[in-house]
Design a protein around this ligand. Sequence first.
Ligand code: ADP
Ligand code: MG
Length: 331
Amino acid sequence: MTQAEHSSLLLDVKGLKTAFHTEEGAWLAVDGVDLQVRRGEIVGLVGESGSGKSVTGFSLIGLIDPPGEVVEGTVMFKDTDLTTLDPESLRRLRGNRIAMIFQDPLMTLNPVLTVGEQMAEAITTHYPDEPRARVTERCVEALARVGIPAPESRLKNYAHELSGGMRQRVAIAIAMLNDPELIIADEPTTALDVTIQAQILFEMQKLCRERNTALIWITHDLGVVAELADKVAVMYAGRIVEYGTVAEVLAEPRHPYTRGLLESMPGMAQPGERLTQIEGMAPPLTARESGCPFRPRCPRRQDVCGQQAPDVSHDGDRKFRCHFPLEEAIV
Ligand SMILES: Nc1ncnc2c1ncn2[C@@H]1O[C@H](COP(=O)(O)OP(=O)(O)O)[C@@H](O)[C@H]1O
Ligand SMILES: [Mg+2]
């Protein structure tokens, strides 16, 4: 990493492990995640359901509750290791320097407050001296920025009076209210129809670019990553198995799992062609054996894959964990 890149580093996650304690013992939902996010950078965290994306996102900002626990690793946000912060300091950071957008906007929206009341509270909690008129002005601006028509009148609405797409826009507006440096978004458009999803992706990208906001966008959909992100981190069984720029990783995946994901994308097939499915299923994380967790599904597996988990290989800025990485572009 060059010095310029280093100075722009906003989030530096090293060796993050999150366990869930069960009667059969502890098992790792996140198993040694390394991830770096620079200022203003949009990172897509992609993988199948159950791969540990949400647990990773929640672990970064101290939102893991028992029986879950972050058991190892560091999460440096600028000069602070978030894993060492007390709950009150974490609360102060969240909704201010770091914001989270959840898949279900009702995790953000308070049913007993109007949109205006909740937004005003989100500002005054962190900026108690902000004049009342300015608070209202900022709420209206924030709603307008995420494409909400007639924002003044929306301030009087309760969440239950809004459509799903409108609720998610309000949740995004709340996340962006205090101009955070980092937003973690956990599949916020998955439940929305494709047209609204496309609009929200476009608006989020524009807002992040304008304000130099870093964004970690969690999704199971590589198509979303292709639209939105600068970098992509591909997650499998609690680990990041491939990382690089979206352009490089999508054009020339090095990990067989990434290629499988790409080939199973609808846009990749010619009309009439059968879609390639990745063989097998993601392993239950409780049944993890030694060796590469992708091995049972991998077309390139050899004996060593069952004996030893692959280390991270570096190729310039690209990283991948595979004993037998792909060399050729798929054309
Ligand atoms: N509160 C919890 N208690 C026990 N296991 C959990 C909990 N939350 C998530 N998990 C498990 O952790 C694994 C990763 O989950 P998750 O991060 O939600 O996957 P993803 O977001 O990639 O779909 C899954 O096997 C899931 O069942
Ligand atoms: Mg999830």
